[in-house]
Every structure is written in C-alpha cells, then in structure tokens.
Design a protein around this ligand. Structure first.
Ligand code: 13P
Ligand code: SF4
Length: 311
C-alpha cells in the first residue's frame, strides 16, 4: 500500500470506530500502520487494564487470540473483535487444560501461576495470571513456603527463579520467536557495541544467562518496560532483544535515540496476521467475535483480576 492509501484507510478505520463506539487496542508487536491508528498501544498488562476500564461498546483487539480472550473475560458485556481468528500464539499452544490438570494432580496444594500467554481454559485452572510486566511482583505476593507451578514459558520461569530467589516448578514451553535469541547473540553484539544498552524480553532464550553475566548494560524488561526505560535513560543507543514490532513504538516515543534489533528475524507471524485492511473489515463487518463460555470465563476471571491488580 502507498502512504496515501494507508492514510485513507486509517481515516476509514477511525470513522468506523467512531460509528461503532469501538476502542482499538494494539500490542507493541503490531505493524506500524495498525499501531498508528489504535487508541492505545501497549504490553499485555497495559492492554488488559485498558480492556477492563474502557467505556466503549466494542473492543477491537489487534494482537493475538489469548489477548482478545482476556479482554472478553474482563469485559463480558462488551463485544470483542479480532481482525484475524488465526492469530494464535505458539507459546500458549504449549499447554492444554488437560495437561495442566494432570500436572496439578501430581502436585496437590501447589499454587498455579500462568503467564497471560495461555488459553482461557488454562486460565480457568489457574490461581494467578501474570505478564512479563508484573511476573516478579506476582511471585513475590505468594508466601515463600508455597509450592508454585509456573507455566508455560521456561525462560521466563528461569529468570523469575533468579530475580526472586525462589524455586519454581516450571513448564517447559517456549515462544519460537524469543527462544531463538541465544546468549551468544548478546555476547557477540555486546563486543561490537560497548556503548549500547541492551533491552531484553524475559521470554528470550538468553534472559536468565544475561542476568548471570551481571552486565550493567543489560536490562530484562517487558515491552512496555523497554519503552519506559528508553525514554528516561540518558543513553543514546539501544539494542533490542524481542519481536521487531516494538522498534516502531520506541522510535516514535524517543525519536532522538537510536534503536536496533538484536535479531532482525525475530518476527511473530501471528502478530503480523493483523493488517490494516483486516482491521477495517473487522470494524465494518463486526468480525470476528471472540467469546469465552461463561463457566470458563467465571473461573478464569479471578486469576486475571489478581494479575491486573498486582504491578
Ligand atoms: P509483553 O507483555 O511484554 O508485551 O509480551 C507479550 C508477548 O506476547 C511477548 O511475546
Ligand atoms: Fe506468542 Fe511468541 Fe508471538 Fe508473543 S511473540 S505472541 S509469545 S508466539
């Protein structure tokens, strides 16, 4: 699409959103033209908070399916739309509710902490949800002698063990985009860019090892944490280890600074399934409605409410 075509379609999207009394929420990994037309762009925690607080009748969720499901659970009276139903998450797909029930049966009495990248059925079996933005605070809110089952991301789990000093039982799931970012990638670029700050998402395969290196230029952050950090840091150069969609947000919010991807191939094909034409069609045709069965939503809501409350 040309710049002019993008601008015209963005106007169409804004007009349709106003007509439908819809709010457009977009994750930091969305394509630039979708981020730029959204009412709110943020990380999973921020998006959940926005979904819970909005007065709009319709929420159009430009992100992946579990995020839209979370919005539907938090705002059951609202219509939640996702522009492409195939926008899934390889990490959420690593554990089913049956697998979690079997794991819980092996550890009766354990508290279940699930990363928000899980299906609604898995959340219904969960005590606390968390995101990368508040995972440490959620673990610290649980009594120290309590056995914890943490799922589904093993790298986030290993990083949490390091920052909280707790021992967790960790599900061996991973995100295919972040698992590919390895410690040797960081070490190589650190040598090439000694003046840069490294912003690393805790889902990365290198996150816990990065901590172990104790390098003061390396910061493990959620996507929103990266934006906050870069805006307030006195430094000029940042190497970013997460999905490359975040670069648009960073460059927009801190235009005077320099941002580079640690890995240009860190692209989530699910996030990229949401395009501007699909967003327009979603608003125009009221598709695709995301619903969660009431009984599952009821059981999942407590865990999500605890997540939204802890920061
Ligand atoms: P954030 O909550 O940090 O934005 O991460 C969400 C996600 O899907 C990471 O891959
Ligand atoms: Fe899921 Fe990974 Fe894509 Fe995030 S980047 S939505 S964890 S597949």
């Amino acid at each position: 699409m040309t710049t002019a075509e993008v601008a015209t379609m963005q106007e169409e999207v804004r007009a349709l959103a106003a007509e439908r009394n819809a709010v457009i929420l977009a994750h930091n990994y969305q394509v630039p033209e979708v981020q730029d037309v959204a009412d709110y762009v943020g990380d999973s925690l921020g998006l959940s908070r926005e979904a819970a607080a909005t007065d709009a009748e319709t929420i159009v969720f430009c992100g992946v399916h579990f995020m839209a499901e979370t919005a539907a659970i938090l705002s059951p009276e609202k219509t939640v739309l996702i522009p492409d139903l195939d926008a899934g998450c390889s990490l959420a797909a690593t554990i089913t509710a049956d697998q979690l029930r079997a794991w819980k049966a092996e550890h009766p009495g354990a508290v279940v902490v699930s990363y928000v990248n899980t299906t609604a059925e898995v959340k219904a079996e969960t005590d606390y949800c968390c995101t990368s933005g508040n995972a440490k605070a959620v673990i610290e809110a649980i009594p120290e002698d309590q056995e914890i089952l943490f799922l589904p991301d093993m790298y986030l789990g290993l990083w949490l063990e390091q920052v909280t000093g707790r021992t967790l039982r960790i599900w061996m799931g991973e995100c295919h985009v972040h698992a590919g970012i390895r410690p040797q990638d960081i070490v190589r670029v650190q040598a090439e860019a000694p003046d840069a700050e490294f912003l690393v998402h805790p889902e990365c395969g290198c996150a816990s090892q990065c901590m172990a290196f104790g390098n003061e230029n390396t910061h493990i952050l959620s996507t929103e944490g990266m934006v906050r950090f870069a805006k307030t840091s006195p430094k000029q150069r940042f190497i970013v280890a997460t999905e490359t969609g975040i670069l648009h947000r960073l460059r927009k919010e801190a235009p005077e600074k320099r941002f580079e991807a640690l890995s240009e191939s860190a692209i989530c094909r699910y996030m990229k399934m949401i395009t501007l034409p699909k967003l327009r069609d979603s608003l125009r045709d009221g598709k695709h409605v995301v619903t969660v069965p009431a009984e599952i939503a009821e059981r999942a809501r407590g865990a999500i409410d605890r997540m939204v409350a802890i920061s």
